[in-house]
Structure formats: structure tokens, C-alpha cells
Write a protein that binds this ligand. Structure first.
Ligand code: PEP
Ligand code: MG
Length: 565
């Protein structure tokens, strides 16, 4: 038996068998191409190589990697940038009339043969590098990074090096027990999505992959932040009992489905859900959520080859809005960028992606794509229960621009004789400090505000939400965050507008009473957290919590605030 430390993304115990998710075998089809196909293969080569170089650049900039790892990645980039490599691939395609995949395979197999026959130990190690680069390039070209989940059983605990937001949504479709990644951070989008699945998950379990094989017994203890490899019989029995107890608590919570979320002192709190993929509507309905407080639509744009059409988006939004009736659905326009990459939106490599081309900035620079999304939303709003919300608003300027675009979309739909309903509330996410400070003007310009605490913490405290090595600085109860929430709520209320919190702070039991005492009107949480948060709301006496508020607002450190809550 062995224990490995990690950081828990969602609490709870999981018991199962290890299933390592690693690279796929690639099957390269042998086939000749016609001379007039050479041009297409060469331009594919150019595009794909640029994509993989950008991907490597991003990893090289990732300081959660050790210097040694980053040096290796740098050497991989050099292999791809070598003019001899590019010439040889072009020549193989043009002279031998073979596909790009075969040319790359041939080139790397030759290189691997040469290096593996060398007696020089340093050079023979280069074989691993060539194998790695070949795999990275070919798996991208062949789009083979997908089907790794095919033979995953229900009792599996998946183990992988790291996980991207788009891959978590695929895991969501599987019935597994838990998930561990050797890297990653609690606050990344992947972790948020995993949490919404209510699945025990640990990140940062360094050394786990080197200590297990497929099929080994594993226990994730998400309550104490470690994973147990090959537990003894008595440990296994102990955890089986804890697991059973947790299932009972979960069952007990089901009794709250039909109970209203009203505090002890009688305030009704709208408790809504955050969804990332349309399938999550099932959980929203099952737990009778008071609507959808955040639909992260960017997941419709991630991990696919082409843009979703207006029609495709319209169908999805209409469906979700209809199923949610009589409750409302807040559709947030795409918030790609940062750790949510999309190859179809051509986001170039950036030094500081979280401070760069992200959210509303991308929409405002890609007006045709933005208009398609807005038109789809306007058309889907025939029952009038959709609200639209914009991410990464830094001030009123962006709101003025989006309002103009909404008007333009209405004009175009009217001219084309397409039915739509523009009677739709407009909301802004408050997740950048400049938006907090100007929240009075922003509230005046729109119908509601929703505080995105995940980014607000990242930007206020200047701490990358994806970087586990500085995660101690990521403090939801830092006095600056609590005062920012208070300022936003007060400014919105002065303008007669409501404020929700849709960041992860709303999904954490320990912050619920504080948020309500700060005057937050609505909470939007992962569907899997709805009932446990409802329990906390029912148990909350806002008036009593408010007696502590003056003191909380004068605290100098998050430690002092944590003590008071
Ligand atoms: C947030 O920033 O708190 C938020 C809800 O948006 P996202 O996590 O998608 O950035
Ligand atoms: Mg955000």
C-alpha cells in the first residue's frame, strides 16, 4: 500500500481500478496520392506544423513544468523547425507521391533507426525525443487524440498526466469512479467541469503514473487530498464504509429537491445552475434548479474542426430554453482564450493568454461569428426566458459595442423576415477589477450583474488560476475579494439591479452564508452541488451573519476572515 498526495478538486471517496489514459497507437494507412493532390498535402503540412509549434510554445511557457521538461520541449520544437526536416517531408510527398502522414512516419522512422544504432549514449537518447515529436505531430494530424476512452469500464479511476477542458467533457459521457491527474490546478476550467460531475478528483498527484499499472486497486480520498495505491484489506473496508455513508448523505439530500431555497430569516434565494455542455440539462431538471445562471457556450466551439453554424446554435439554445421553462436561462457568449483553446477561432500563441485575447475581446474582433451567436440566441428566445450575458467586461465601452451589435442583428433578422424576440435582459460578468470599480456605470447599462469569482480572484490577486505552484496565493476570502463583492452588490442595488455569483465560490459551502450576508441575490452553482448548497441556504440566518459583516469588512487578512466565517 502506498499514499500519494494531491490536491482535491471535489470531495468524496472513490474506489476502483486504475485505468491509465495514455497515448494511442497510430495506424497510418499506406496509399499513393495523385500529383494534383501534392499541393493540398504540402499546405496541410504547413498548417499542422504551425499548430504543433504553437502548442509546444504554450507548454514551454508553462512554469508548472520543471526547467528540465521545458528544455526537452524546446529541443522538440527545434526538431520541427529544422529546415532539413521540412525539405525532406516536402520532397517525400512530391517525389514519392505519398500522404503527409506517411512522409512524416518515414522521416521519423529513418531518424529513429539512425539514432538507435549509435553507441554514443547522449545521441541514442534522442530516439525518445524523435518518438515523442512524431507522436505529437501525427496524433494532431490524424486527429487521434480522441478515442482513448473506448475501453474504459464503469469501475475505473482514470489516471492521466493532465486533462484539457474539452477532454473532461468527453470523460463526462463515461460512467467512471474518479479521476487523478499528475499536473493541473484546482481552479482550472477542467477542474470546474470535473467538479460539476460530482466526481472525486485529485490534481497534482506527482509520481502517481510511475507507481501504478492498469488494473491496480485505487482509492481516491478527496476529503483528505490523497490517493491510496493497492490498499490493504482493512483500509479498503474502512473506505467502503465511508463511501456508503457518503452515498447515504447524497440520498438524504434528494429530499431537498422540492424544498424552496429560503433562508431561516425568510429571504428567497434564486439557486441556479452552471452548465458547460447541453447534456447537463438532465441534472438541472432532476434537481429542480431555478434555471440556468451560466451556460458556458464556449464548449460548443472547442475541440471541433468547424464553427457551429447559427442554425446549430439556435437548435441547442432553443432546446435548453424550452426544457428550462418556466425558468430562465442565462446564455453567456463565448469565453474562449486563457486555458480554453479553440483551433477554429485561430487564437495565436500569446505570452499571457489570460491577460490577452479572451472572452468578449475575441467576439468583438470576430463580428461575423459574434453576430451568428447573437442571432441564434435572439431566435431561440421565442418563449422569452433567455437572458444574454457577456464575459470579460472591463468597462461600459464593451457594453455599448455589444448593444450596437445586438441592434444590428435585430435589423438583419427583421429584414430577412426571420422571427426573433429581442425582449431579453442583458447582463455583464464582473470578473475584472476595473469592472468592480466601475460597477455602478456597468449596472446602469445592463439589467443584471453576475460575479465571476474564479477570474475575479485571478485578476485581483494577480495569480494564474491554472498554476498549481502559486495556488496558495489564490484566496477567495482575501479582503480585496470580499470588499470587491460588497462594492459590486452595493453599486448594483443602488441602480435597482440584481447580482448573482456564478464563480466557484458559490459552490463552496463555507462561503455561502458570507455571500448572502454581502447582499448577493442569486447563486449559480454546478448542478451536482445544487442540493448541498440549498441545504446551506436553508440553514442560513442572514441577519445573524450580517452582525459579523462590519468586522469581516475591516479584516486585514484572509486568515482573519476565515476565522470569522
Ligand atoms: C468565473 O470567472 O468565475 C466564471 C464563472 O467564468 P469562467 O470560470 O468560465 O471563467
Ligand atoms: Mg470567468
Amino acid at each position: 500500500m502506498k499514499k500519494i498526495k494531491g490536491n482535491s478538486v471535489s470531495s468524496g471517496v472513490a474506489i476502483g481500478k486504475a485505468k491509465i489514459i495514455k497515448k494511442q497507437e497510430l495506424h497510418i494507412e499506406r496509399k499513393k496520392i495523385h500529383r494534383n493532390e501534392v499541393k493540398v498535402e504540402l499546405s496541410r503540412f504547413k498548417e499542422d506544423i504551425n499548430f504543433v509549434i504553437k502548442e509546444l510554445d504554450k507548454l514551454i511557457q508553462d512554469y508548472t513544468y520543471s526547467k528540465e521538461n521545458r528544455d526537452i520541449l524546446e529541443s522538440h520544437k527545434m526538431i520541427l523547425q529544422d529546415p532539413e526536416f521540412k525539405n525532406r517531408i516536402s520532397k517525400l510527398i512530391s517525389d514519392e507521391l505519398i500522404t503527409l502522414e506517411q512522409a512524416i512516419n518515414t522521416y521519423f522512422n529513418e531518424a529513429i533507426d539512425i539514432f538507435s544504432s549509435m553507441s554514443n549514449k547522449y545521441l541514442s537518447h534522442k530516439v525518445n525525443d524523435f518518438e515523442d515529436v512524431a507522436y505529437r505531430l501525427l496524433s494532431h494530424i490524424m486527429d487521434e487524440r480522441k478515442d482513448v476512452l473506448e475501453d474504459v469500464d464503469d469501475n475505473s479511476i482514470l489516471i492521466m498526466e493532465n486533462i484539457s477542458p474539452s477532454f473532461v467533457t468527453k470523460v463526462f459521457e463515461k460512467n467512471i469512479q474518479g479521476l487523478c491527474t499528475e499536473r493541473g490546478s484546482r481552479n482550472s476550467h477542467s477542474s470546474i467541469i470535473a467538479r460539476s460531475m460530482n466526481l472525486p478528483m485529485l490534481v497534482n498527484t506527482l509520481g502517481l503514473l510511475g507507481n501504478i499499472n492498469d488494473g491496480v486497486d485505487l482509492i481516491i480520498d478527496g476529503n483528505n487530498d490523497y490517493v491510496i495505491i493497492s490498499p490493504t484489506k482493512s483500509v479498503l473496508e474502512k473506505y467502503k464504509a465511508i463511501y456508503k455513508e457518503e452515498q447515504n448523505v447524497r440520498k438524504g439530500l434528494l429530499k431537498l429537491i422540492d424544498v424552496e431555497s429560503i433562508t431561516k430569516d425568510g429571504k428567497k434565494i434564486n439557486l441556479m445552475s452552471n452548465i458547460e455542455i447541453p447534456q447537463e440539462i438532465d441534472q438541472v431538471l432532476k434537481y429542480k434548479s431555478a434555471g440556468i445562471g451560466l451556460f458556458r457556450t464556449e464548449f460548443l466551439f472547442i475541440d471541433r474542426e468547424d464553427l457551429p453554424t447559427e442554425e446549430e446554435q439556435y437548435e441547442i439554445y432553443k432546446n435548453i430554453a424550452e426544457q428550462s421553462l418556466p425558468n430562465s436561462v442565462i446564455i453567456r457568449t463565448i469565453d474562449v482564450g486563457g486555458d480554453k483553446l479553440s483551433n477554429i477561432l485561430n487564437i495565436a500563441y500569446e505570452e499571457n493568454p489570460n491577460l490577452g485575447y479572451r472572452g468578449i475581446r475575441i467576439s468583438l474582433q470576430n463580428i461575423p461569428i459574434f453576430k451568428q451567436q447573437i442571432k441564434a440566441i435572439l431566435r431561440a428566445n421565442m418563449n422569452g426566458n433567455i437572458k444574454i450575458m457577456f464575459p470579460m467586461i472591463s468597462g461600459v465601452n464593451e457594453l455599448h459595442k455589444v448593444k450596437e451589435i445586438i441592434e444590428l442583428c435585430c435589423d438583419e433578422l427583421s429584414t430577412a423576415g426571420i422571427p426573433y424576440n429581442a425582449d431579453m435582459e442583458i447582463g455583464a460578468m464582473i470578473e475584472i477589477p476595473s469592472a468592480v470599480i466601475t460597477s455602478d456605470s456597468i449596472a446602469e447599462e445592463c439589467d443584471f450583474l453576475s460575479i465571476g469569482t474564479n477570474d475575479l480572484i485571478q485578476y485581483t490577486l494577480a495569480v494564474d488560476r491554472d498554476n498549481q505552484s502559486i495556488s496558495d496565493y489564490y484566496k477567495p476570502t482575501h479582503p480585496s475579494i470580499i470588499r470587491s463583492i460588497k462594492l459590486t452588490v452595493d453599486n448594483a442595488h443602488k441602480m435597482g439591479k440584481k447580482v448573482a455569483v456564478c464563480g466557484e465560490m458559490a459552490s463552496e459551502i463555507k462561503y455561502v452564508k458570507l455571500l448572502l450576508a454581502l447582499g448577493v441575490d442569486e447563486l449559480s452553482v454546478s448542478p451536482g452541488r445544487l442540493l448541498i448548497i440549498k441545504k446551506e441556504i436553508i440553514d442560513c440566518d442572514i441577519a445573524e451573519m450580517k452582525t459579523k459583516l462590519d468586522k469581516i469588512l475591516t479584516c486585514k487578512t484572509s486568515k482573519e476572515i476565515n476565522k470569522l466565517i
